[in-house]
Ligand binder design. Structure first.
Ligand SMILES: *[C@@H]1O[C@H](CO)[C@@H](O)[C@H](O)[C@H]1NC(C)=O
Ligand SMILES: *[C@@H]1O[C@H](CO)[C@@H](O)[C@H](O)[C@H]1NC(C)=O
Length: 359
């Protein structure tokens, strides 16, 4: 616009000198009368444009959302690192643990601390994930945890393999299916590296890839409070209790009659199990996404900035995303899914959000 004004000014001046030469009075009158009203129109026009631009610029983003998301992620990551290794001595690490998780760390924490610091581990104070997985089990008595482990392991149909730790040595305790021999032996090797510090116990490992324990919201809701209460009163324990081996019943002691699980392989499991942990009234439990041909934008809105996923915590919360029922193969048609609504102590390699397997 400005360039056009300048051009017009120059061309009228040229015209003027040209007309002077021709000494045409009418032409001089015409060209000299232009600047006054014409420039005024331009000024008014620019003011008008300026006002429109200023009032609408609130809707435009002057930066790319990715730049902002990268900036946010970097500052969160820095904050996490500062938070994850706040303690510089064992005593501080114990104190941080107690503050964060309302209980003292388990016996043998000093061995872990030494192991981690000798290897310059940057994460010393953060146990959120394992804490979240284990909290529900504080609502069960130790006898009950042992009993449920045995129930899982005594029927091979459950697709779980046992690992026992006795006198500081780890070994498989039930029959291992051929396909899973290498997985189980690497697991035993991994545990053997620190098994001298472990108490005697049996563990049940899920040999399928899918997570399987889906405790519904209605039962889980009461558990955290109970668990936190148990944590607050627990005093630090320097040692594990003794004579533990006798408390575990001998394995294997197969009983193929009792099935603690349901087989739902190749079926749609989102509404029955995938969203079972969601609160009543949440979209995942209430809504069905019938229109499979188009994007459910209300399902994506809570975790998005424009078109981009913005918040990973929100993104991995399935409770506002009923559209996942048809979007993810695990929810749509898991190839293996022997599952339970009961809180069973099963260690798994992976799980979908909200499942209660121990990772
Ligand atoms: C799970 O158990 C069934 C029946 O016992 C068996 O046929 C299947 O091979 C097992 N799955 C795996 C992954 O081993
Ligand atoms: C992501 O969502 C979680 C849960 O709603 C919230 O606590 C957290 O502050 C959010 N993070 C960002 C960067 O907005």
């Amino acid at each position: 616009m400005l360039a056009f004004t300048v051009y017009f000014h120059i061309s009228t001046s040229e015209h003027r000198s040209f007309s002077n030469e021709r000494t045409s009075n009418r032409a001089v009158l015409f060209t000299e009368s232009i600047p006054g009203w014409f420039y005024l129109i331009f000024v008014v026009f620019f003011l008008f444009r300026g006002i429109i631009w200023a009032s609408s610029s609130g809707n435009n983003v002057g930066y790319h959302p990715i730049d902002m998301l990268i900036y946010d992620a970097q500052s969160q990551y820095d904050a996490y690192l500062r938070d994850a290794a706040a303690g510089t001595t064992l005593d501080q690490a114990v104190e941080n643990y107690r503050k964060r998780y309302s209980r003292y760390p388990p016996p043998g924490f000093d061995h872990w601390y030494r192991y981690a610091t000798e290897r310059d581990t940057v994460i010393i104070d953060s146990y959120d994930s394992i804490h979240r997985d284990l909290v529900p089990f504080w609502s069960l008595s130790p006898e009950e945890v042992r009993y449920r482990t045995k129930q899982l392991l005594q029927n091979p149909w459950h697709n779980a393999t046992g690992i026992s730790v006795r006198d500081g040595k780890a070994a498989t305790s039930t029959r291992v299916v051929d396909d899973h021999w290498s997985t189980m032996s690497s697991l035993v090797d991994m545990i053997s590296a620190f098994s001298e510090w472990l108490p005697d116990m049996d563990l049940a490992f899920n040999i399928n890839n899918e997570g399987r324990i889906a405790v519904p919201w209605e039962t889980q809701a009461r558990k955290p409070q109970k668990a936190e209460a148990a944590g607050e009163v627990s005093a630090p324990r320097p040692q594990f209790s003794t004579n533990r081996a006798a408390q575990w019943e001998p394995l294997p002691n197969y009983n193929t009659e009792e099935q603690k699980m349901q087989d739902l392989g190749w079926q749609s499991i989102f509404h029955s199990h995938g969203s079972a942990h969601c609160p009543p009234g949440s979209p995942a439990r209430e809504q069905r996404n019938w229109d499979r041909g188009s994007l459910c934008s209300s399902c994506a809105a809570p975790h998005s900035m424009g078109l981009f996923p913005a918040n990973w915590t929100e993104l991995s919360d399935v409770c506002h995303q009923p559209d996942l029922a048809e979007l993810h193969g695990f929810y749509n048609s898991p190839s293996a899914f022997r599952t339970s609504y009961e809180l069973l102590p099963l260690f798994s390699q992976s799980k979908a959000p909200g499942f209660d397997d121990i990772l």
